[in-house]
Write a protein that binds this ligand. Structure first.
Ligand SMILES: Cc1cc2nc3c(=O)[nH]c(=O)nc-3n(C[C@H](O)[C@H](O)[C@H](O)COP(=O)(O)OP(=O)(O)OC[C@H]3O[C@@H](n4cnc5c(N)ncnc54)[C@H](O)[C@@H]3O)c2cc1C
Length: 518
C-alpha cells in the first residue's frame, strides 16, 4: 500500500507515524510546500535564546500530546511551567492586573478574589454573582461565546475577563465563535449543575480529593513544553519515518481521483499514483486540491474561515522592564483598543529559554481583532508593538533581539454552527475510503487535538484493507475511543475478512476494530 500525506505539520507527521505503526510495510510519502517540517511549529535557537515562532507549549489535560511524547521517549525532555509564575495578568486602562485567583477561562472557582479584583466594577461583580441564580439553558442549540458568557456572567465579565482570555487562544471574534465547538464543557456544566460557578467549585473539590487519593505518580502542570523546543517533537516523529518519506519543498498542485481507484498526486511537475491520500493541510488548501474530485466536500472545507496572526519575540536585559511581574503573561481585552492580543513572559514561564539576566517576551497580534497584522511588514509592525509594550510593561530602550513570524490564514475559526459543518465534512469524506482529513480545523486547534486528528487517519488503512481481495493474514488492531493503539497483533492466515465495532468492558469503544491485514 502506498499513501500520500499532504502537510508535514504536527497533524500530518502524527498520521504518518501512526500509519507506519499499523502497517510497517506501507510506503508513506509526506509532502510539504515548505522546505522544513513542522508547519506552524518552528523553534529558533539564537544567541542563547530559544524562540518559539508559534505554539510555545501544549495542554496536558487533553492526553495525546503527553502520550505521544512518552511514546517517542521524550519524557525526560518535558518541562513544566515555572511554579513561581503561574498567574496571568489582564490589562485594564493600560495597566496590568492579576486575573482573579481561581478564574479558569470562563468562570470563577473562588468568590473572594472575584469580589476584590480591581478589574471589575461593583456592578460587574454583583452581576457575576447572580450567575448562581440565572435559569439554565437545557437545549443543544449553538450560540456564540459572547452571547453565552453575557447571558451567564454579564457584560463586564465577558468584556474584561473571558473575551481577552479566549481571544488569546483562538484569535477569534467572540460574537461569532461557537461555544459548543470551542468550550462545550461549559454548556454541559450549565445543563448539569444549573450554574457555572457551582459546577466549577464542585469540580475543584473533586480534583482536590482525587489529588489526595492519588499521592504518587508523575504529575504535570497544566501546560508543558519540550526542553529543545516544540520542533523537537516534529523531529522525533520524522526520525521514525523511513528514509525518503519526506518530500519537502514539494507543493502538491493537483489531486486527480482515478477511475480504477487511488489518486494521482501532482507535485513539482511529477505525477505519482497512490492508493490513498491524507490531507493534513489548512482546510482552504485542502478545498483547492479537492475542487475537481469532490466539489461538494471542497465547498464545505472552504466554508471554514481562517484568521492570520503574527508572533513577535523580543529579548531584553531584565532591567529594561520597569514593571515587576509575577506571571506567565498577560491578555488584553478588545475594549482596550490595543494592537496586542496577548503577551507571554516566555523565559519566566520556562526558565531555560533565555540566558541569565535576560528575558524573552512574546507578543501575539492579529486574529479577528487586527487581521492586517499577519501580513504587515516587520518595519511597520515592530514599532507599533514596541510602543504598546512601553506603555503596558514600562519597557526601556531597544530590544537585544527581535524576530517576527507571520502566520496568514492558519488559525481556523470555529464559528457558530461549526460542529454541524464538521459533521457534514466528515460524512462526505467517509464516503471515500481512500481519502482522510486531519488538522486543526475540526476538533480542536491545540497540538494534542492535532495529534489525535493525525492518529484518527488510521481508518484509511483499515478501510483500504477491507476492500482488498483475500487471502489475508489476519492482524488484530484494537483502537480505543481516544485513538490509542491498544493492540496490534498478527494472527493466522485467513480468507475471511471482517471488521467489528464492539463495546469493551463498559468503556465506549468508538473504533475497536478486529480487522484483516495482508
Ligand atoms: C501563532 C500560533 C500560536 C499557537 N499557539 C499554540 C499553543 O501555544 N499551544 C497549542 O497547543 N497550539 C497552539 N497553536 C495551534 C497549533 O500550533 C496548530 O493548530 C497546529 O500546530 C497545526 O498543525 P497542523 O499540522 O494541523 O497544520 P500546519 O502546522 O498548518 O501544517 C499544515 C502544512 O500543510 C502544508 N501545505 C499546505 N498546502 C500544501 C500543499 N498544497 N502542498 C504541500 N504542503 C501543503 C503547509 O505548508 C503546512 O506545513 C498556535 C498556532 C499559531 C498559529
Amino acid at each position: 500500500m502506498n499513501i500520500a500525506i499532504i502537510g508535514t505539520g504536527i497533524s500530518g507527521l502524527s498520521a504518518a507515524y501512526r500509519l507506519l505503526q499499523l502497517k510497517p510495510g506501507a510506503t508513506v510519502h509526506v509532502f510539504d510546500r515548505r522546505e522544513r517540517i513542522g508547519g506552524v511549529l518552528e523553534t529558533l535557537h539564537r544567541d542563547g535564546f530559544q524562540i518559539e515562532q508559534s505554539a510555545d507549549n501544549f495542554i496536558t489535560t487533553v492526553p495525546w500530546g503527553l502520550r505521544l511524547c512518552k511514546e517517542l521517549g521524550l519524557d525526560d525532555q518535558l518541562v513544566q511551567t515555572n511554579p513561581l509564575y503561574r498567574r496571568t495578568y489582564v490589562v485594564r486602562r493600560g495597566r496590568l492586573h492579576l486575573l482573579p485567583d481561581g478564574f479558569l477561562m470562563m468562570a470563577p472557582t473562588k468568590l473572594w478574589p472575584m469580589a476584590t479584583t480591581p478589574i471589575l466594577s461593583p456592578m460587574g461583580k454583583l452581576r457575576a454573582g447572580l450567575e448562581l441564580f440565572m435559569p439554565a439553558r437545557k437545549d443543544d442549540i449553538d450560540e456564540s461565546m459572547a452571547d453565552f458568557v453575557r447571558r451567564r456572567l454579564g457584560r463586564e465579565v465577558f468584556e474584561r475577563l473571558v473575551e481577552p482570555l479566549v481571544s488569546g487562544v483562538y484569535a477569534a471574534d467572540m460574537e461569532k465563535l461557537s461555544v459548543l465547538a470551542t468550550l462545550p464543557r461549559f454548556r454541559e456544566m450549565e445543563r448539569e449543575h444549573g450554574s457555572l460557578i457551582r459546577a466549577m467549585q464542585k469540580q475543584l473539590a473533586a480534583n482536590r480529593s482525587a489529588d489526595l487519593a492519588e499521592q504518587s505518580g508523575a504529575r504535570y502542570s497544566m501546560f508543558v513544553t519540550l526542553r529543545n523546543g516544540l520542533s523537537s517533537l516534529c523531529d522525533a516523529l520524522a526520525a521514525r519515518l523511513p528514509e525518503g518519506s519526506l518530500k519537502l519543498g514539494r507543493e502538491v498542485t493537483a489531486l486527480v481521483k482515478l477511475p480504477e481507484g487511488g489518486w494521482n498526486v501532482e507535485s513539482g511537475g511529477d505525477v505519482k499514483r497512490y492508493d490513498a491520500v491524507i490531507l493534513a493541510t489548512e482546510t482552504h488548501a485542502a478545498a483547492k486540491l479537492l475542487e475537481a474530485a469532490t466539489p461538494e466536500l471542497s465547498r464545505k472545507l472552504d466554508a471554514i474561515p481562517h484568521e492570520g496572526t503574527a508572533i513577535a519575540t523580543f529579548a531584553f536585559e531584565i532591567g529594561q522592564m520597569k514593571r515587576s511581574v509575577r506571571g506567565m503573561g498577560f491578555v488584553v481585552p478588545k475594549i482596550e483598543k490595543s494592537p496586542i492580543l496577548a503577551g507571554s513572559f516566555s523565559s519566566l514561564k520556562y526558565e531555560h529559554r533565555a540566558p541569565a539576566g535576560q528575558m524573552l517576551i512574546r507578543i501575539f497580534a492579529g486574529g479577528a481583532r487586527m487581521p492586517e497584522a499577519a501580513e504587515m511588514s516587520d518595519e511597520r509592525l515592530v514599532p507599533i508593538l514596541l510602543e504598546e509594550m512601553r506603555k503596558i510593561l514600562g519597557i526601556d530602550g531597544q530590544p537585544l533581539l527581535t524576530t517576527v513570524a507571520h502566520w496568514p490564514r492558519t488559525m481556523p475559526q470555529y464559528h457558530v454552527g461549526h460542529r454541524e459543518l464538521v459533521r457534514e465534512i466528515e460524512n462526505a469524506a467517509q464516503a471515500d475510503p481512500t481519502l482522510a482529513l486531519a488538522g486543526n480545523a475540526f476538533h480542536g486547534v491545540g497540538i494534542p487535538n492535532c495529534i489525535r486528528s493525525g492518529f484518527d487517519a488510521h481508518t484509511i488503512v483499515v478501510d483500504w484493507q477491507f476492500h482488498q481481495p483475500p487471502p489475508f493474514s489476519a492482524q488484530i488492531l484494537r483502537i480505543d475511543d481516544r485513538s490509542n493503539l491498544l493492540e496490534n497483533r498478527p494472527t493466522v492466515k485467513s480468507h475471511n475478512a471482517r471488521a467489528l465495532t464492539a463495546k469493551h468492558s463498559g468503556i465506549p469503544m468508538r473504533t475497536q476494530l478486529r480487522h484483516q491485514l495482508p
